[in-house]
Design a protein around this ligand. Structure first.
Ligand code: FAD
Length: 309
């Protein structure tokens, strides 16, 4: 059995594995896709102390750093069930391939995925004008025209944030009214370079083969299609935590995020969590790494308090 088993191999999981292995304890990482969301990212300019890097490069460095240590890396392994510790004090993680892993402590770091619009052009122009993270990619659109899709809190926050950076923001909401908090809506409506379009369904992202040139939306009241010329589309219709497999075992928030305390402890003894899959706000690489490190240290603390001498 492991002392610390990390489930998920993104920034949070990699940090947890390194911090655990550095304590000289038996450490394993099981990940569906080592590298996580970082693999889908192009330019990264907010990974502090590294002015510029690219996702696939950072993902390779994460794996290299983990492999410097005595860590059992199990890539392409999807966890399907967590079984809390019984009398033997071991938590069990069942894998899709039928195998099962046992560990004294577990760090859950299965991350999240952005909900996509599912319209033509969205995939084709991902990272070529279609973006999901205003904190990450906002500065790339300085002085340009962008749309934000989604009028919930994250969409309206993104529109306010982007309005300070870009030339013009069009916020597109599917429903007849925005769903964001009133204070955010007031702030948004006070900005001179923002246009709000409600009852609008985005149906296509347009481009020239290289990058985004515009989008098409249908007016859900009149039924006619409209075309907007712009350079960027920020999709803000939800971040979905990869926690479906934990339903019923670990306490989740109404959004499906794993509830953690300041030490990264979950509702299940010996089970910790870190990164985008948790209730910790602001989903970013540096934050996920910090939280992963913290969860591993908390797991180590748990081990020295509960293991026989
Ligand atoms: P993830 O990176 O999501 O990793 C989750 C890991 O868990 C993966 O290995 C996955 O395969 C695995 N997994 C999931 N389910 C299971 C399962 N059931 N069993 C086993 N393994 C599982 N952040 C920045 O700071 N700067 C940026 O510039 C930036 N740009 C971004 C651009 C894009 C396009 C995207 C999508 C995100 C961007 N982010 C950026 C956000 C950043 O990538 C995330 O905050 C960060 O990767 C979260 O790390 P994580 O380890 O919590 O989760």
């Amino acid at each position: 059995a492991f002392d610390v088993l990390v489930v998920g191999g993104g920034p949070a999981g990699a940090a947890a594995a390194i911090y655990a292995a550095r304590k000289g304890i038996r450490t394993g990482v099981a990940a569906e896709r080592f590298g996580g969301q970082v693999l889908d990212t192009m330019a990264i300019e907010n990974f502090i102390s590294v002015q510029h890097t690219e996702g696939p490069k950072l993902a390779a460095q994460l794996e290299q750093h983990v492999r410097e240590y005595d860590v059992d890396v199990m890539n392409l392994q999807r966890a399907t069930q967590l079984v809390p510790a019984g009398d033997d004090g071991l938590v069990e993680v069942k894998l899709e391939n039928g195998a099962s892993l046992k560990s004294k402590t577990v760090v859950l770091s299965t991350g999240a995925r952005w909900r996509q619009m599912g319209v033509p052009g969205e995939d084709q122009y991902r990272n070529k004008g279609v973006a999901y993270c205003p904190h990450c990619d906002g500065p790339l659109f300085k002085g340009k025209r962008v749309a934000v899709i989604g009028g919930g809190n994250s969409g309206v926050e993104a529109a306010i944030d982007l309005a300070g950076l870009v030339a013009h923001v069009t916020l597109i909401e599917f429903d007849a009214a925005l769903r964001a908090d009133a204070v955010l809506q007031r702030k948004l409506r006070s900005l001179p370079n923002v246009r709000i379009i409600t009852s609008a369904q985005t149906t296509e992202v347009l481009g020239d083969g290289q990058k985004v040139k515009g989008l098409v939306y249908t007016d859900r009241v009149g039924g006619d299609a409209h075309r907007l010329e712009l350079e960027g589309v920020f999709v803000q219709i939800g971040l979905l935590p990869n926690t479906e497999w934990l339903q019923g075992t670990v306490a989740l928030s109404p959004r499906g995020e794993i509830e953690v305390d300041a030490h990264g402890r979950t509702s299940v003894p010996g089970v910790f969590a870190a990164g985008d899959a948790t209730t910790v706000p602001y989903k970013q690489i540096v934050i996920a790494m910090g939280e992963g490190s913290k969860a591993a240290l908390a797991a180590f603390d748990h081990l020295i308090r509960t293991s026989a001498p």
